[in-house]
Design a protein around this ligand. Structure first.
Ligand code: SAH
Length: 267
């Protein structure tokens, strides 16, 4: 795996100074975060209308998992979680036949669901950092809810934030049938993180900005790991891994990626 250690300071201000800074983030006032847990027992029993997969979806998923393994994903827990979640239930009917291909797909409002390969890679990095079972995880960018569903198989609690109301609601609808009691969907600006759930064993972002927001660094547990896309000074996006230790932060910049931009505010 290609691992560059860049010579440039990549705007992770507090990464260079050892101890995490607790300086407040300069940002406009943010709307309150509205928690919207996935419905519990007795609700959400309606089967998804998207059942148009002409093949046995378990077999197609098994093939996807096999390809992920061949492509270098070795973590059995990640592979099992990817094999368990029915990705075709998260995409539009017209795209169902592409649901298990290694491709990103539109999910509405100009956003995309990441390629399975990228999802698996990021989740494997998260688990590697936490060396095993994940506790509480914060996900920035719920989108259609697919990755949150995969995470629910690997973590004790998943807090997933989305800034677009339309997608937050779509994720809630998508997840209803799965009845995942450890997934908490939050409508809010993920750049502020979600302090109430902190500290997090892991933080994962599906949208990339020009820096790593300070609240993410603050809300990460000591021993925790953050995986996020970030725009580098060279102008492309790369996957960044940040480990928080008692001595400070350690970062790695990995392969180039293509995620939607991290934006502030909700709409
Ligand atoms: N993990 C998602 C992928 C979603 S794409 C899935 O499985 O479908 C990234 C998402 O990040 C988009 O829905 C976008 O609206 C959201 N996003 C961008 N900036 C954000 C922010 N500041 N807070 C919360 N969500 C944000």
């Amino acid at each position: 795996m290609k691992q560059q250690r860049p010579a440039f300071p990549i705007q992770l201000d507090s990464l260079s100074g050892g101890q995490p800074k607790s300086k407040p983030v300069a940002a406009p006032p943010r709307p309150a975060v509205k928690a919207l847990p996935v419905p519990t027992k007795g609700q959400g029993l309606t089967p998804s209308p998207r059942q148009g997969l002409g093949m046995d979806s378990a077999a197609v998923r098994a093939r996807m998992v096999q390809k992920l393994a061949q492509g270098g994903i070795q973590d059995a827990v990640v592979l099992q979680a990817m094999g368990a979640v029915e990705r075709h239930r998260f995409v539009e009917t017209a795209l169902v036949n592409q649901a298990y291909e290694d491709t990103s797909l539109p999910i509405g409002l100009g956003q995309t669901i990441s390629k399975p390969n990228v999802v698996a890679r990021m989740l494997a990095l998260l688990r590697e950092g936490a060396s095993g079972q994940l506790g509480r995880v914060l996900e920035i960018g719920t989108g259609c809810g697919y990755q949150a569903a995969v995470l629910s198989h690997m973590a004790s609690e998943v807090y997933s934030m989305e800034r677009l109301k339309g997608l937050h609601e779509k994720a809630r609808d998508n997840l209803r049938t799965f009845r995942l009691h450890n997934v908490h969907l939050l409508l809010g600006d993920g750049m502020a993180g979600f302090a109430k759930g902190a500290p997090y064993a892991a933080i994962i972002a599906a949208a990339g900005g020009h820096n790593i927001p300070q609240p993410w660094l603050d809300q990460l547990a000591i021993g925790g790991r953050l995986v996020a896309p970030m725009v580098t000074p060279a102008g492309h996006q790369a996957l960044v891994v940040v480990d928080k230790t008692a001595q400070g932060f350690q970062q790695q910049v990995l392969e180039n990626v293509h995620f939607v931009p991290l934006k502030s505010g909700i709409s």
